[in-house]
Design a protein around this ligand. Structure first.
Ligand SMILES: [Zn+2]
Length: 290
C-alpha cells in the first residue's frame, strides 16, 4: 500500500498528543492498536517532555517497531520540528522530535493531529477510494486536514486544514487565536461549555443543531474553494450530537455551497471512531519511509 505517501510496512509506535491526554501505542500494518497507554497532559510535577519520553519508552518495550509517528495539536513550524500547540501553553516553538529521537534512535516524524487523522481516513477509513476530501475533528477544539488531488495539503508552514479558524459568525465570540467568530469559538466543546455552562454532552437540541449549522457553514465555503465534496467528521461533540448535528451541517453546507460543482457536498461521520488519532499518528510515522 502506498496511498498519500503512507507505506505501512512495519509496526509504528504512535503518539497522539492533546491538551487533556496523551496516548501512545503500537499500530500494526493493518491499523490494529496494541499496548495502548495513556497519561494526563496536565498531571504531575515533572516537565511534560520527560513524561512523554517515559511513556514512549514504556510502550517501546513491548514490540519491535520501525518508526515513531506523532500527531500533535497545531500550529507547527518547520514541518513539525517546532511546535506551538494552542492547548499546551508550556510548548512554544518547542522541539519535541529531538529529545524523543535521541533516546529512541529511530526516525521520528510529527504532524498536526488533524492532518494525521486525514491520512488515517484516506488509508484505512471512509476516504480510501477518494482523491479529494476533508477530514475534520469537532471535539474540545476543531481542526481539519485537506486532501486534494490525492495529496495531503501542508501549506506554507505545515498548517493547512485549520478549519477551526475559518470565520462563521461576524462579530462572534473571541477565539483562542485572537480573532472573533472562528468556527472553533462558536462550535467547539469548549465554546459550547462556555455558552451553556454545561458539558457538551448535556446540550439541548437547539445547541446541537446550531453546532452542526456552524460546521456546515465552514464546510460549504471550503467545498466551493477547493472543489471538494466529501467531509468526514470525527470528535466527541459531532459524533455525540449525532443525526441532529449532521442533518443541520448538511443543510447549511448546501445553502452556502451553491455553485454547481460544490452542490454535492456531503458531511458524514468518520468511520474510524476512537482509533483514528493513533492510526493517524502511525500514518505520519509511515510517511517517513517514503
Ligand atoms: Zn480562531
Amino acid at each position: 500500500m502506498n496511498r498519500l505517501g503512507v507505506k505501512p510496512d512495519a509496526p509504528c509506535l504512535a503518539v497522539d498528543i492533546g491538551g487533556t491526554k496523551i496516548d501512545a501505542a503500537i499500530v500494526s500494518t493493518t491499523g490494529d492498536i496494541s499496548y495502548r497507554e495513556r497519561i494526563e497532559t496536565k498531571a504531575g510535577d515533572r516537565p511534560l517532555v520527560d513524561r512523554v519520553i517515559a511513556l514512549v519508552l514504556r510502550v517501546a518495550e513491548h514490540k519491535p517497531f520501525a518508526t515513531v509517528g506523532i500527531g500533535c495539536g497545531g500550529p507547527i513550524f518547520e514541518d513539525g520540528r517546532r511546535i506551538s500547540p494552542l492547548n499546551i501553553s508550556q510548548w512554544r516553538n518547542f522541539d519535541l522530535i529531538g529529545p524523543i529521537s535521541s533516546v529512541i534512535k529511530k526516525p521520528v516524524m510529527l504532524d498536526v493531529d488533524t492532518k494525521a487523522l486525514a491520512l488515517a481516513e484516506g488509508v484505512f477509513g471512509g476516504a480510501r477510494h477518494l482523491n479529494n476530501f476533508v477530514s475534520m475533528v469537532v471535539s474540545t477544539g476543531i481542526g481539519g486536514g485537506v486532501v486534494v488531488d490525492g495529496r495531503l495539503l501542508n501549506g506554507e508552514h505545515g498548517n493547512a486544514g485549520h478549519i477551526g479558524h475559518v470565520n462563521v459568525e461576524p462579530n462572534g465570540r473571541l477565539c483562542g487565536c485572537g480573532a472573533h467568530g472562528c468556527l472553533e469559538a462558536e462550535a467547539s466543546g469548549t465554546a459550547i461549555a462556555s455558552m451553556t455552562g454545561q458539558a457538551p454532552a448535556l446540550a439541548d437540541n437547539e445547541i446541537r443543531r446550531r453546532t452542526g449549522q456552524m460546521v456546515g457553514r465552514a464546510a460549504g465555503s471550503v467545498a466551493s474553494l477547493l472543489d471538494v465534496e466529501h467531509f468526514f467528521v470525527a470528535g466527541s461533540v459531532a459524533l455525540g450530537f449525532g443525526d441532529l448535528f449532521f442533518t443541520a451541517a448538511n443543510e447549511e453546507a448546501g445553502c452556502v455551497a451553491q455553485i454547481s460543482f460544490a452542490r454535492g457536498v456531503r458531511i458524514q461521520p468518520s468511520s474510524l471512531v476512537d482509533r483514528g488519532p493513533l492510526v493517524g499518528a502511525a500514518c505520519v510515522g509511515w510517511r517517513s519511509q517514503t
